[in-house]
Ligand binder design. Structure first.
Ligand code: CTP
Ligand code: CA
Length: 224
């Protein structure tokens, strides 16, 4: 809880947080997205700001208010999110990538509404192309002293997949949780593993606000 962390543990620090889903247009009125509520990332941004950090929250569309003292940069697509996060990452002391980025996007979005009858073939076959990996792209440019946290939402083999992501994405920590079956997405509570090159630490089921608080403490401790 808050008592464990001295006030201002992140004073003078800049923290980048990505949050929420991305939305990827199919046409002028339709999109591909996912069930992310943004609650985890918004709680992290709020906790980091409460600890004294300057916080930039790059957020996909969510129905949450901007946390107090946090600069929110609203984005829609993964490519927008990468562009916005790229502006901040070079000056960030810590970056926490909690967004649920759409892995794929329609390759050729129509700028008008596709219509039944006239556009049946296009509606029935939406070619997809891969989005950039925002975490991997930015963590590849990580400087000494910068601390990078990613998330891993897994339905199975949670720890094995999280360790693979830690290495592949050049993160310092992966916050891993099991998803599916009513878990994690949109809920207020979360049970997560903190996965690093050291021992895996299981945080018991707690509110996303408390997970955020613990994460901010860990990040502050690493920044020293
Ligand atoms: N991530 C990202 N950009 C992407 C995909 C993922 O920044 N295009 C980040 C997420 O914000 C998260 C981490 O990478 O911090 C892991 O996301 P996840 O979806 O669990 O992993 P993927 O690498 O996309 O693999 P998969 O979805 O196949 O499990
Ligand atoms: Ca993914």
């Amino acid at each position: 809880g808050a008592a464990a962390m001295p006030a201002g543990a992140l004073a003078g620090r800049t923290v980048l947080v990505t949050a929420g889903p991305t939305v990827e247009p199919i046409d002028a009125v339709r999109y591909i997205s996912n069930y992310s509520s943004g609650k985890m990332g918004y709680s992290i941004a709020e906790a980091a700001a409460a600890a004294g950090a300057r916080v930039v929250l790059v957020s996909g569309p969510v129905s949450l208010p901007a946390p107090a003292g946090v600069q929110v940069v609203p984005v829609k697509t993964a490519r927008d999110m990468l562009a916005a996060a790229s502006e901040v990452f070079p000056v960030a002391d810590a970056a926490i990538f909690s967004a649920a980025v759409a892995d794929l996007r329609p390759a050729n979005p129509a700028d008008r509404k596709l219509k039944k009858g006239r556009d049946d073939a296009a509606l029935a076959n939406v070619p997809l192309t891969e989005n950039p990996d925002i975490l991997a792209t930015l963590a590849a440019t990580k400087r000494p002293g910068q601390y990078v946290v990613g998330f891993a939402a897994e339905t199975n083999d949670v720890l094995m997949n999280a360790h693979a992501k830690l290495v592949k994405k050049n993160a310092d920590m992966i916050v891993a949780n099991q998803v599916g079956d009513g878990l994690a997405f949109g809920t207020d509570n979360n049970e997560v593993w903190l996965v690093t090159e050291g021992d895996d630490v299981l945080l018991p089921l707690m509110s996303k606000r408390d997970v955020a608080q613990r994460l901010v403490e860990v990040v502050a401790a690493h920044l020293g």
